[in-house]
Design a protein around this ligand. Structure first.
Ligand code: COA
Length: 173
């Protein structure tokens, strides 16, 4: 099997919609989040990725902009969400290909950090580590210290990124 990772195009939207619906247990929440992010100013076209196999979309991952706010200071960061692989193709490394490509592109774009709320056994292999010990909190979601992680793309980036990670409205409305 040959999997290619590429930027999502508008022609992929129906398949991405279906994929998210199935991968998240037949619920619409994540498909709606993806649709709202695409229309927002926080969307980064080249960080919306799909995994394609024989013309079929088997995985998708979105990274988009968010802010870390500290008083009246605000810093632009990247958040990873959502990511999904079609159930019969899970645990074959497709998620890993998507995340590695996303990290590579974030570095090329000059972004300093990526935050994720996710499984603490999965994301550390990519360089993610608990975020709260670095002085960044998240309050919009109830998440444990282990589940709230950050990946530094530039050395010591977290020395100057402190405050509350604020996800855009696209994640809620
Ligand atoms: C989370 C998700 C995107 C991961 O995608 P994936 O393609 O299954 O991920 P990978 O194959 O890279 O890794 C999954 C596991 O399979 C293992 N794996 C990878 N390749 C493998 C292979 N060839 N053979 C056996 N196991 C393998 C990995 O080691 C990993 O195990 P770990 O979590 O214990 O480290 C996918 O499981 C999914 O869509 N889940 C439902 C939606 C969801 O919960 N998304 C996350 C929240 S936004």
């Amino acid at each position: 099997m040959t999997i290619s990772i590429r930027t999502e195009h508008s022609k992929d939207y129906p398949q991405v919609h279906f994929l998210n619906f199935i991968a998240f247990g037949n619920r619409q929440d994540e498909t709606r989040i993806v649709e709202r992010i695409r229309k927002s100013s926080y969307f980064v076209r080249d960080l919306a990725l799909v995994a394609e196999e024989d013309g079929e979309i088997v995985g998708q991952m979105m990274m988009s902009k968010a802010k870390v706010v500290d008083g009246n200071q605000s810093q632009e960061v990247i958040v990873l969400a959502p990511i999904a692989v079609i159930p019969p193709k899970q645990k074959q490394g497709i998620g890993k290909l998507l995340i590695n490509e996303g990290i590579k592109r974030c570095k090329e774009y000059g972004f300093d950090v990526i935050f994720v709320i996710g499984h603490p056994t999965y994301y550390p292999q990519f360089g993610f580590k608990p975020a709260r010990p670095y002085g960044v909190d998240v309050k919009q979601f109830e998440v444990s210290d282990d589940d709230f992680m950050v990946c530094e793309l530039t050395e010591n980036a977290l020395d100057s990124i402190k405050g509350e990670l604020v996800y855009p409205n696209s994640f809620f409305e």
